[in-house]
Design a binder for this molecule. Structure first.
Ligand code: ATP
Length: 336
């Protein structure tokens, strides 16, 4: 008699991202595959920051189109086992737009609803893509600047910004300097052409960094007549060195054997080279999330949704409130 084992069908999670500029829908499987990842970005008018209500309106308009593109790659939504959504942190109006959409889908399809912390999404998609197992994480984005390591069921924060985030520093500097949004990549290009270092304030307090004084000083240097390329170069050198110093200290303290850089600013080559350099000094492995997954995406929510759902995490639709101020170190992680 021939025994044929029937391969178990992998779980499928539809993930919905909607915390800030990006609205995204993606499909991930429990085999660690990102099957589809479709994202759309709201752009504020030139010279202005994100307007939460207008961003929510944008997400509302495009999310059905984004979902349609995901469904077109599927045999049908019946293949989906759960719906995950970014629950926080983020801007209230945009969070509520994504959450409403996720709730409606969960009710319509009669599938479980899985809450996902957006920053955990950045960490898990980076771990999946790089193979990092138990890293010291440097999470750098528009909403986060945190150095964290996992222990006893939670991500423990060893260092963070005391005021604005690294992404915010770059974006606000770019906006005030008349550069396009988002500012990080534009500043990186200009910095590559800078040659002269201009003195700027370097503020590390214990294991935390502070960027607001650096922002003011960099804008002042521009007004004083220094060239934009030199100011961008100096801004990057100081901002990234501060964070690299704090990361190095956390590395020595936690004795982790891996460093993982994730979030939108992880795409920056100068930051990557600084982290690479301290990693070599300490004999640890440095990993960087691939550029495709460094910024916000549905993929980070879909994949983390799989991990959470497999561990029994889900929420009743009636209790699925968004959490605009949800901190990374408040989330119990049952799957690590
Ligand atoms: P969060 O994910 O914490 O909610 P967010 O939604 O603003 O915040 P991301 O999409 O992860 O964050 O990252 C966006 C940030 O990444 C922006 O501040 C942008 O300027 C920055 N960024 C993108 N590319 C680069 C780059 N090459 N160099 C530096 N910064 C970059």
């Amino acid at each position: 008699m021939i025994h044929q084992s029937i391969p178990e069908k992998p779980l499928m999670c539809l993930g919905i991202e909607s915390t800030a500029h990006t609205v995204g829908v993606a499909l991930a499987s429990s085999k660690g595959e990102i099957l589809t990842n479709v994202n759309a970005v709201y752009t504020a008018p030139m010279g202005q920051g994100i307007h939460p209500r207008e961003a929510a309106q944008h997400h509302c308009e495009v999310i059905p189109i984004v979902l349609r593109r995901v469904i077109d790659n599927l045999d049908g939504l019946d293949a989906v086992d759960c719906i995950a959504f970014s629950t926080g942190p983020g801007l209230g109006p945009v969070l509520r737009t994504g959450a409403t959409f996720a709730r409606a889908l969960a009710l319509w399809l009669e599938k479980p609803l899985v809450p996902v912390h957006h920053a955990i999404g950045h960490i898990e998609i980076a771990s999946l893509m790089t193979g990092a197992e138990d890293p010291l994480v440097l999470l750098v984005s528009g909403g986060h600047t945190s150095i964290a390591a996992f222990g006893d069921g939670f991500w423990r924060v060893y260092g963070e910004t005391e005021d604005i985030t690294l992404g915010n520093l770059l974006d606000v500097f770019a906006r005030e300097a008349g550069l396009s949004f988002p500012g990080g990549a534009v500043i990186e290009d200009l910095a590559k052409k800078g040659q002269n270092y201009i003195e700027l304030p370097y503020v590390v307090k214990g294991n935390d960094v502070s960027y607001s004084g650096l922002l003011t000083a960099a804008l002042k240097r521009l007004k004083e007549g220094h060239g934009i390329e030199d100011v961008c170069f100096s801004l990057q050198e100081v901002a990234f060195s501060m964070l690299t110093e704090a990361t190095e200290r956390a590395l020595a303290h936690t004795e982790r054997k891996e460093v993982l850089v994730t979030g939108g600013v992880a795409a920056n080559e100068r930051l990557q080279s600084m982290i690479d350099s301290i990693s070599r000094d300490h004999g640890v492995e440095a990993y960087v999330v691939p550029k495709e997954y460094s910024g916000d995406s549905g993929a980070q929510i879909a994949w983390t949704g799989i991990l959470a759902f497999q561990s029994g995490v889900q929420v009743d639709v009636e209790k699925s409130f968004v959490k605009p101020k949800w901190r990374l170190d408040q989330v119990r992680i049952p799957w690590r």
